[in-house]
Design a protein around this ligand. Structure first.
Ligand code: SAH
Ligand code: SF4
Length: 416
């Protein structure tokens, strides 16, 4: 195992701070399978592999579940409600390894971006994805990834320039939440720790309260792993993040939208970005396969959709491309009858892109039309731009940028 990164900072840095990236050569894939992030029945099956009698498996799995997801146990020795023999048997066969944080960047606004290493295929170099934590006054949102790279090539998205390397497993998807709670020290204290903290500033609210599946990859092209991983994250006896606080963003994989509603039951966000098929074909090429009308029908019929559970439509503001006031009016017409929220996202630039972010005045005018039509239309404030953690800027070193490109990008983001 590699040594942990230096102690985390508690307050946002005055300027963006970067923790030295761990050399790739230091990476060691866990030698044994990890139980972290596995669905409950897989934990019970693992117990079967070390000869725990069938009638005990559910209860033992339940105990392990509690240690893993309520207490944040990082080793089997911490699981004091299990017998010593069982702990030894578990240790010989399994680990509690999380995906590894290879580097951490902390933005001036408190946003943290972690470069997360995952085992490579056939024991090759590790794969890397990014995971971003965004603290706000009333919530803390963790943006997690579903794939290394992406098969789709949305023309304004940086991740889209990186080919798909592989899908994440369910364990790696839930594992990102576990590693964020580790890093932020966001676990439920034990009763002894309660006593120690009682006189001080005991923190009862969770730092990671919301999940958005808006990192790298198209989650509905990795459906089973995303479903199983998110069901671990939402489990009320474990990580316990309610499905109303989990939002999955899709570029429009129509056949899996209804499945997401039925089998995951989380909130849905749709990357719309254009109001005509003609323009959407250019921005989100998947539109050539699933047209706007089919996409909007799938949204209308999304299981559980209501005024209290609205679908979020994401709309990236691209100067001179999709930001006219006629577009705003057409957007409002298009979404008529769908319980919707509209999220206007200022375009985040990256080196080599042909797009520019709309002018602020234009975004305001656009937003006013949407607002006057009765939609709350928050413009998503870009967070963590100085550390390239904002939407669409994620691209891991699995296909590396040169140092110079990174610097250019950082400069663009800071002055923007
Ligand atoms: N693949 C999924 C989820 C990941 S992208 C999807 O496309 O929905 C998360 C959001 O960031 C999407 O709405 C995406 O369109 C948006 N995005 C991508 N690149 C962007 C950029 N450069 N600036 C702003 N938003 C971007
Ligand atoms: Fe993939 Fe989403 Fe980026 Fe499109 S916007 S390339 S679907 S990550």
């Amino acid at each position: 195992m590699t040594a942990p990164l230096a102690a985390s900072e508690t307050a946002p840095a005055a300027s963006a701070s970067f923790v030295e990236k761990r050399p790739l050569a230091d990476y060691r894939a866990p030698a044994q399978p990890s139980l972290v992030g596995l669905p409950r029945d897989a934990v019970a099956a693992a117990l079967g592999m070390i000869d725990v009698p069938e009638r005990q498996r559910r209860m033992r799995a339940q105990q392990i579940w509690h240690w893993l997801y309520v207490r944040g146990a990082q080793n089997f020795d911490a699981m004091t409600t299990l017998s010593k023999e069982l702990r030894t048997a578990l240790k010989q066969r399994f680990t509690l390894a999380r995906p590894e944080i290879a580097a951490e960047q902390i933005s001036v606004d408190g946003t943290r971006k972690w470069l997360v290493r995952l085992p490579g295929e056939f024991d090759g170099a590790p794969h890397e994805v990014e995971c971003v934590y965004i603290p706000e006054a009333d919530r803390g949102t963790l943006c997690i990834s579903s794939q290394v790279g992406c098969t789709l090539n949305c023309s304004f998205c940086h991740t889209g320039t990186q080919r798909l390397v592989r899908n994440l497993t369910a364990g790696e998807i839930a594992g990102q939440v576990v590693l964020a709670r580790d890093r932020l020290n966001d676990w439920t204290p034990t009763s002894e720790q309660h006593v120690t903290l009682a006189g001080g500033d005991e923190r009862r609210t969770r730092l990671v309260s919301n999940i958005v599946m808006m990192g790298m990859g198209e989650p509905l092209y990795n459906f089973e792993a995303v479903r199983d991983g998110l069901n671990v994250v939402a489990d009320g006896e474990g990580l316990s993040i309610s499905k109303r606080r989990i939002t999955l963003s899709t570029s429009g994989v129509v056949p899996n939208i209804a499945r997401a509603g039925a089998e995951i039951g989380c909130m849905l966000a749709v990357s719309l970005h254009a109001v005509t098929d003609e323009l959407r074909d250019q921005l989100v090429p998947l539109n050539r396969k699933y047209r706007l009308r089919e996409l909007l029908d799938a949204c209308r019929n999304y299981p559980g959709v209501s005024n209290a559970r609205r679908i979020t439509f994401e709309y990236v503001m691209l100067k001179g491309v999709n930001d006219s006031l006629a577009d705003a009016k057409a957007l409002v017409r298009l979404l008529k009858g769908i319980p919707a929220k509209i999220n206007l996202i200022p375009f985040n630039p990256w080196p080599g892109t042909k797009y520019e972010c709309s002018d602020w005045e234009q975004i305001e005018k656009f937003s006013e039309i949407v607002f006057n039509a009765g939609y709350a239309s928050p413009v998503r404030t870009p967070r963590g731009r100085d550390i390239l953690a904002a939407c669409g800027q994620l691209k891991s070193a699995t296909e590396k940028l040169s140092a110079r490109e990174r610097l250019t990008l950082r400069a663009m983001a800071m002055t923007d």
